[in-house]
Design a protein around this ligand. Sequence first.
Ligand SMILES: Cc1ncc(COP(=O)(O)O)c(C=O)c1O
Ligand SMILES: N[C@@H](CCCC[NH3+])C(=O)O
Length: 417
Amino acid sequence: MSGEAADTGPAVRRLADWSAADLRDLAAEYDTPLYVTDRDRVRENAARLRAAFPDADVHYAVKAHTGRAVLEVVREAGLGAECASAGEVVRALDAGFEAVQYTAVNPPAADLDVVVDRWRAGADLTVVAGARDTLDRLRERGFDGRLAVRVNPGVGAGHHEKVTTGGHAKFGVPYDRAAEVVADARADFDVVGIHAHAGSGISGEDLSAHRELVARMGELAREVGDLEFVDVGGGFGVPYREDEPPLDLPAVADATREALGAVDAQLAVEPGRYVVADAGVLLTRVNTVKPVDDAGATGAVPVVAGVDAGMTTLLRPAMYDAYHAIRNLTDDRPERPVTVAGPVCETADLFCEGRSMPSPRRGDLLAVGNAGAYGYEMASTYNSRPRPAEVVRDGDGTRLARERETIADVTALEVER
Ligand SMILES: Cc1ncc(COP(=O)(O)O)c(C=O)c1O
Ligand SMILES: N[C@@H](CCCC[NH3+])C(=O)O
């Protein structure tokens, strides 16, 4: 296994590595559903990225986990910030990032207004534009600062079709028109880079797609010349299944450099998931247990375990059929097939179906692994269900990082006539 230098931590942290006693204490103190984020693990992951890409700019894709407690650790580790919206730009600047990148995908006017205002006020911002229209809208606002062109090199990868960006017309300017767009942009902006992103959750098997994307970006960089950076995106995957091997990050870094070839520009990468996924778990409590076949509740019949977290807390299983490890922290009873289901009125509101695990009882505490990336961030208030709380922990102890939302919070924006 690569990437195990002492100061960068092991390449993967499994759900079994978390202390059950600590997690039980946190659930008792802060209630459930509860996200727990370990800042030490964020530090290790960031350090492993820095070590694998010592000569590259590494920007953390803020979208994976926007919490201030995470952003501060990432900034201290020497990573930059890659943002997907004005809200993320504001969060990154507030967290003290000095240089911030904003990758604009069909940017709403309000986003451009905020970003250009911040730039005018002196923020060191690079805007990544993926359409000529976006360039026009930046010109209209008087922006003539640092700009990169997002290119669609026609190569996609990722853990699910819904998160594969390369090759989808929505993202970036087509590869064969990219040089022309860069040339146009040079008239009005300080064009510092080109950018591409294949997709999210790239595994070892996707490496050839990643290599191809990087090679195309290398070619383009040589063609257009005079760039500060070539950003080849993020998407580095992490193992979700207990027996899945971790990505060999140093090998990915070597392959990236080799595929890029000689360019007179800095390599840049922008991973999100890799930094935070295994730094987070979701704690949820069983509130209902019922046999799948009500008539014969004996032996190892499959059961449905109803829990207080659902697709409004952690959307990934419902949206991508994503696998997340689940561990019963209360007891280690004999196993049976268990469907873990949330409280939402949607059939998709399941964390797993018929998975073998210790027979659950009402009141049991379950931990859901790899919840640090795209967990809290994709939470919603559907069914008027308040979003969960989050605690962060590190060497200094544990503290509340995001309050539990209340029903009053959920209804607060309602305008009374
Ligand atoms: C433009 C861009 N950069 C970076 C990322 C980060 O991806 P990941 O969290 O998979 O590393 C994404 C998400 O897929 C993205 O859309
Ligand atoms: N939300 C996705 C990743 C997409 C990243 C956005 N480009 C996931 O949970 O896997």
